[in-house]
Design a protein around this ligand. Sequence first.
Ligand SMILES: Cc1cc2nc3c(=O)[nH]c(=O)nc-3n(C[C@H](O)[C@H](O)[C@H](O)COP(=O)(O)OP(=O)(O)OC[C@H]3O[C@@H](n4cnc5c(N)ncnc54)[C@H](O)[C@@H]3O)c2cc1C
Length: 459
Amino acid sequence: MLAPRILKKLEEMLDKEKVVSDWETRLTYAYDAQVEESIPSAVVFPQNEEEIANVMRLAYEEEFYIVPRGAGTGLSGGSVPLKNALVLSLEKMNQIVEINEEDLYAVVQAGVITLELQNAVEKKGLFYPPDPASAKVSTLGGNIAENAGGLRGFKYGVTRDYVLSMKAISPSGEFLMLGAKTIKSVSGYDLPSLFCGSEGTLGIVCEATLKLLPLPEAWSAMLLIFPTLDKASEAVSLIIAEGIVPSSLEIMDNFTINAVEDYKRLGLPRDAGAIVLIEVDGYRESVEREMGKIEALLPKMGAKEVRRAREQSERENIWEGRRSALAALARISPTTLLEDVTVPRSRLSKMVREIEKIARKHNLLIGTFGHAGDGNLHPTFLTDWRNEEERERVKVAIEELFSAAVELGGTLSGEHGIGLVKAPFLPREFNQATIEVMKAIKRALDPKGLLNPGKIFPS
Ligand SMILES: Cc1cc2nc3c(=O)[nH]c(=O)nc-3n(C[C@H](O)[C@H](O)[C@H](O)COP(=O)(O)OP(=O)(O)OC[C@H]3O[C@@H](n4cnc5c(N)ncnc54)[C@H](O)[C@@H]3O)c2cc1C
């Protein structure tokens, strides 16, 4: 717990109702979606940059830990308040400040929900492409801090590709202006990129200027049904090798299809070995041409069946199925551990085979789905952490999974971050000299090590 005099100071600098330390609230803010637990000392809800800076200055003077938090949908334990930290919630910083239709950008506070920005710009004929499957809940600040990817990564990239500039507060309470509102800027180091994916360890993102695109004129979605996951992943590589650039290119195995069907009853093919979900967007003529190219590849791909969405409701069904994958799997067992390995796209089917081998070897339930077009898979372990014997098997299996990804030239995390749960494995991917560079950056910005302790680096 924070000393009562510090709580009092916080109540004096923010309004009293913005400082909460009752047990229920602290318990609520003890988790993220990976369900790691650590109880915070209290939770504060600042409403503007000055309030955030004041809290940070107090933390720096009094030397207590701070953990920034958006919506808590993170999947690597990033917003879990280790060391009894004070949680600084951005959820009241939820204003869309400006949508600039001339210069194609939006200025948003960090706590704006991703989908709210997507909807607001769409009404003006504009498009904010980053689309994590959690978009209905996640915040843009959390997306920036995790450099979130999502369903449109293949064509449109990740959050970092849309951050032009941001306002942030340093761990000692200084105001930082990172980047510029212009489409180009090479004035000094690329600090917006450094903050993207920094997992709340370098500073608090308060406001961001995000690049927008014109809304694509047309779309077309289809679902391809395959006899095996292997065939489905080979089909993904074929599509990519053909030079086709769908906006979404997703995959789901038989286990996940059935979990989604049990949960949502969307009419997905229960007997398919795997499905590939595709969306193409752009000008009407180019959409038809790209869809035609995919259809021409079908005999070579070995798809059993093709379903093309003709109506908006059919399109929504396809994506609702994909977005619910994690929630559907999470209903099956007491513990759900979602991984995030990413390999070069050409190695996707090799990675899929490794996952299947690991599941068989350790006799474990793994549902696999993910952003196949990005080489990013989410093998999801369905287990019961209370069963010690099974827990040990899962731990070994996860280590083997990481080793397989790195050996295939891949990475531990494509989009969910290292956070707490993958910190011990960082040296698998980087040598010590590289990790020391990252630590030096952390020390330069946070010399007292008070911001989001215990994340990214192995302890
Ligand atoms: C069902 C489901 C589907 C998902 N799908 C995807 C997906 O498709 N793609 C993907 O990339 N992720 C996905 N995620 C993971 C998660 O939604 C993203 O990582 C998201 O960006 C987290 O946003 P948040 O607001 O919930 O952040 P939180 O979980 O609250 O925080 C995440 C990290 O960011 C830091 N942080 C939060 N706000 C700030 C801020 N303003 N300043 C500094 N640091 C901050 C926190 O300290 C923490 O380290 C999914 C999660 C779920 C539960």
